[in-house]
Design a protein around this ligand. Structure first.
Ligand SMILES: [Zn+2]
Length: 659
């Protein structure tokens, strides 16, 4: 089940250290239950919501930690694409709407009729409007937001307590959409150009949010309002709050753009010394991601983190950190690193539909492997990727050509592991230089924009957009690659036919796309590459050679299908026992032999004194070429004999096990 795979990956370290099997089962049940609770965020965009483009939101809420309620208003300004008589926004029906106001650009607010049915707020537009008009609505609402059962996967509010017993509040809504706490057009294809927010909380709590801090207002009623402004486009689900009696750690990061970027980390006072000691881990990870992806994209607002009462979430410019200030066995603070990677992959470059979730999760997961390589070398990188190989049983393509909801994307798409593995394959396909250049250009299409980190470069893209950009940047035709790895459900299969002196290779995929990904092979231990044109390639490989396909596992493919062209067409006239390969060996080697007729064959291992050690094979074989793989891991170093007997034929050879 892919859901389990994703969770195991996300939690691997956590699980291996902290969970026993019984606890694991409980977490899985919670996780499945939480995923079922996701509302329909995203999916096909209705004509009513396709008729407008959101320019601006202004969210103003009072948060009551005792009653666990929120109350306030949302202003939404939109530009019309088509004339409409009703503006449709999303808001869960758990809230009560008191009233709605409407105004045209430059006009005055007037009260208008509304309905609130099945999570849709339908606001009457009282005047005739036309395309490109700007209209504004304000919705006054309040109520008890849903409580997250297993945040950040289970969406909703988190009403936690700090060690000293004070409130510690957060909200996470990636899977369910921001309409679980404020009225919005709940679709990833539309982001406001900017957003204002004001959150009122009881003293002495503070409320931290996205973007710039504009100041606070003491309301003289034992509450304070904290005012924030996001100057860039933002995903709805990234808008978030954190409420507690936080301490603030401040620093300045030197960006590759040349700018000094202010760094803020709101942390619980009891953890502030631990957090302070951990800051150079954060900085190293920040520096590396900038070196791979280009400058931190939201420097004009801030680079901010908040100590959250749940694991983590990529909330733009105020990322949730609920980790334990440690690095994992690969040397990274996983939550800090993964969520920070989303500032580029998810926040700067945003999927237009949940069907393209790999742009967020596949790329963020792949960034982890690159950091492992940076810290510990290419072997560890391969280990990391091998540990993240997705399941062979896929039920959906990585990027389906249809609009899907967040719930479907997180349930059905293997966007974390499969997305990362396809990036790994793309790196092999393009070569390092082109691939690493592509990563930077995907984030910053023009390198002269490196000093332009004011959010103007935010892009909302599809998988096809990513492909087209990649084709321009690399000057390669990437149709076959994207067709096979993003649009087909199953992985491609490599068919290999072995002949006397040659092996032929053919890519087979669901839609028989002529895939042009070359194939790394090892012939008797030597590396070669099979050039694939129109899905086919040939390599000089003798019938007795040991052939390994893709020994480093660069390509996300199914198990290759190998057949022997000789079996039916070549008559074996003689008995033959070949010298094993490799020799000397440790601990594996392969012994080839040929027999001219079907018969019982034994292959036996002796020491040099003639004492029998082991029978390597003893069974009926058909006429033809055969091989036996021998594992010498239980024997000591030395020279041994192996003897083949078939009918009257008998021959022996020596080999050397060298440990
Ligand atoms: Zn992620």
């Amino acid at each position: 089940m892919w859901l389990l795979m994703m969770m195991l990956g996300y939690f691997s370290l956590f699980l291996s250290y902290f969970l026993r099997i019984r606890q694991l089962i409980i977490v899985i049940i919670l996780f499945v239950a939480a995923s079922k609770a996701f509302a329909g965020s995203g999916g096909p965009l209705s004509p009513e919501q396709a008729a407008y483009d959101v320019n601006y939101y202004d969210l103003s809420l009072a948060i009551d930690p005792t009653a666990k309620t929120i109350n306030g208003s949302l202003v939404c300004r939109v530009e019309l694409i088509d004339p409409i008589d009703t503006l449709v926004l999303d808001l869960e029906n758990t809230f009560t709407i008191d009233s709605t106001l409407f105004k045209t650009a430059g006009g005055e607010y007037s009260k208008v009729a509304f309905s609130h049915i099945d999570g849709k707020v339908n606001i009457s537009i009282p005047v005739l409007v036309s395309a490109s008009d700007l209209i504004t609505v304000q919705i006054f609402y309040g109520g008890t937001p849903r409580v997250a059962s297993n945040p950040p996967w289970g969406v909703g509010f988190v009403w936690e307590k700090t060690q000293s017993g004070g409130p510690w509040i957060g909200v996470a809504c990636e899977g369910g959409g921001a309409d679980i706490w404020w009225p919005c057009k709940d679709h990833p294809s539309d982001e406001p150009d900017s957003m204002s927010m004001s959150f009122t909380v009881p003293n002495p709590l503070i409320c931290v949010s996205n973007g710039r801090f504009l100041g606070s207002t003491d309301n003289d009623d034992n509450t304070t309002s904290f005012n924030w402004f996001i100057s860039t486009p933002i995903n709805n689900y990234n808008v978030s709050i954190y409420v507690a009696e936080y301490s603030l750690i401040e620093d300045t990061y030197q960006s590759v753009s040349g700018d000094e970027i202010p760094f803020y980390f709101w942390v619980l006072p009891e953890d502030s010394t631990t957090a302070d000691d951990h800051m150079d881990v954060f900085l190293k990870e920040f520096n590396f991601l900038e070196s791979i992806c280009g400058p931190f994209p939201f420097a004009t607002d801030k680079h901010g983190w908040a100590h959250a009462p749940y694991w983590g979430m990529e909330h733009q410019t105020i990322i949730a950190y609920g980790h334990d200030f440690t690095v994992n066995r690969w040397g990274m603070d996983y939550i800090h690193y993964h969520e920070l990677a989303h500032e580029w992959w998810g926040n700067l470059i945003t999927a237009k539909d949940w069907a393209d979730l790999w742009i967020h999760e596949g790329l963020a997961t792949y960034m982890e492997a690159l950091y492992v390589e940076h810290l510990s070398g290419l072997d560890k990188y391969h280990q990391y990727m091998n540990n993240r190989r997705p399941s062979d049983n896929q039920t959906h393509p990585l990027a389906p050509c249809e609009s899907i909801t967040a719930a479907q994307a997180f349930d059905d798409l293997n966007s974390y592991y499969r997305g990362a593995s396809v990036m790994h394959t793309l790196r092999y396909h393009l070569g390092d230089e082109a691939f690493f250049n592509l990563l930077k250009r995907w984030a910053y299409p023009d390198s002269t924009d490196f000093d332009n980190t004011n959010g103007r470069l935010c892009q909302i893209v599809t998988t096809d957009d990513m492909k087209e950009q990649a084709e321009v940047i690399t000057a390669r035709d990437l149709d076959p690659f994207f067709e096979v790895f993003f649009r087909e459900t199953a992985y491609p299969v490599l068919h290999v036919v072995r002949g006397v002196t040659e092996a032929t290779f053919t890519w087979v995929s669901d839609a028989n796309v002529p895939l042009d990904v070359n194939i790394p092979i090892q012939v008797n231990g030597e590396d070669q590459t099979v050039e694939m044109t129109d899905g086919q390639g040939i390599a000089t490989v003798s019938e007795f050679s040991d052939l390994m396909i893709d020994p480093d596992k660069w390509i996300l493919m199914a198990e290759p299908v190998s057949t022997n062209a000789l079996e039916d067409v070549v008559q074996i006239n003689n008995y033959q026992l070949n010298q094993n390969y490799p020799n000397p060996f440790n601990p594996m080697t392969t012994i080839h032999f040929s027999i001219p007729e079907s018969q019982f064959v034994t292959l036996t291992l002796f020491d040099l004194l003639g004492k029998e050690i082991r029978i390597l094979t003893g069974k009926e074989y058909p006429a033809g070429n055969h091989k036996v793989i021998f594992d010498g891991s239980k024997l000591t170093s030395g020279t041994y004999l192996y003897r083949l007997r078939a009918g009257d034929y008998s021959e022996a050879k020596r080999f050397i096990l060298l440990k």
